[in-house]
Design a protein around this ligand. Sequence first.
Ligand code: NDP
Length: 507
Amino acid sequence: MGAAATSITTPGASIKSINPATGELLGEVPDQSAEEIHTAVARARAAQVDWGKLPIEARCRRVLRYAEVLMERVDEVIDLLSREGGKTRQEALGMEVIVVADLVRYFAKHAPKMLEPEPIPLHLMKHRASYLHFVPRGVIGIIAPWNFPFSIPIGETMMSLIAGNGVVLKPSEVTPLIAHKARELYLAADLPPDLFQVITGRGAAGAALIDGGINYCVFTGSVATGKKVAAACGERLIPCTLELGGKAPAVVCADADLDRAAQAITWGGFANSGQVCASVERVYAVDKIHDELVARIVGHARELRQGNAASDDVDVGAMAWDQQVALVEKLVNSAVANGAKVEVGGKRGPGPGQFFQPTVLTNCTQDMDVMRKEIFGPVLPIMRVSDEDEAVRLANDSHLGLLAYVFTKDREHGKRVAERIEAGTVMVNDVLATYACPETPWGGVKQSGIGRTHSSHGLRDLCDTRHVNHDRISLPREVWWYPYKPGTFKALLRGAKLLFGKRPWQR
Ligand code: NDP
């Protein structure tokens, strides 16, 4: 494949990119200094001045070319995503490439309308008028995780560019090469070279980016790092979006279509080796259907083929980060020590490479770490509950609230249950998929984050919202201006009583 030649090795490079399925060294990138990172921000800022002045339609046309180049070079992107991230080729295509291509097309078509000035009808000051207009913020700093090293940061990059900003991206140290590949495509799409920069490094590089003069930060990562990022942004009064961890519950009602629920939960728990912030991380199955559901999920899990994602005959690939395998193992062992039963899997996969077997646990209880902490690995803990009310109560008993899922054949009932669950998004009879709907907002409640990406909300967040208020008719003066006179005061008071007090006929 084309990307086999990708090896970005610079003098003094110290961050190694490793194929998690084989241990093969793929390339090395530098751990850049704060000074280099600040220079990258300055270059993006200089390039943004002209870019931000282009009409939005022209920016959309230019960015649209990115989707075309992406599809022209789709094989090399899939290959690198699979080799650096350990994901299967189908996941690389469906969960990374298509998500970006579709997002670009969607916003290229709809962003001009979303960012049109928005009139605000004034209910009292009818002689004046207001409107909002949306102005590029400047330079957006994007700090990204390793689990979706393309769709997350590049989707955000494309939205930022369409909104008129420059971008500096700091990818995870675990998956830096795909960020460089994304910029290679960007240059091939003939977009302004300095406008989008990729800087590499460890956590300190992310901190240096926040300190480098950016105007907004889009951070995706863990709750622990998110709190540090929020503090650093707060210190500098930089607004930010925080997309943090999830612990998505699946509530399976007594009337669920068990075939569909079992397939959805199996895929939602094991896709991308469970390294999805929206992964099904805990299942609450009501007593009546618990055993039947477990039997079906276990049946599906047993059929999954795990291995090096270079082959097309693999369902579950390697885990991208070695330390995550140890965390997953610890959570499973602790659950088993506390009474959980391993129905399938339960152990690290055979080496070489970083694998954890697709694992189904039953007899789980709410107090277990595996039900409370983010697993971020291919593990499905299942708990028996007496009824839906208990399921909803336990689903809400979490510090996280990103995604949640409800399974029932009764669509109206499903919507009512969904509305009771504390999560940024609740899907009825499906899992994960709304990240691939650029028109819907993505983000969490509680400690899953602040703000939204995607959708018109996410796009507008990448702009400064400014308000203009102007006169509609010419008046010599406003009645509340100087000089204050007793007559004016009386007239204003009479008007206020009429407007806000009880109506004469109600007195
Ligand atoms: P981390 O929080 O460890 O890292 C995220 C990014 O922050 C990385 O680029 C990291 O660099 C960088 N970073 C580390 N320290 C700092 C710092 N002090 N200041 C600024 N940046 C810093 O997350 P992971 O990469 O491990 O990603 C997994 C997490 O991301 C999970 O919790 C998952 O739920 C969450 N996530 C949330 C999503 C959402 O949409 N809500 C989507 C995807 C993932 P480096 O890697 O080099 O240390």
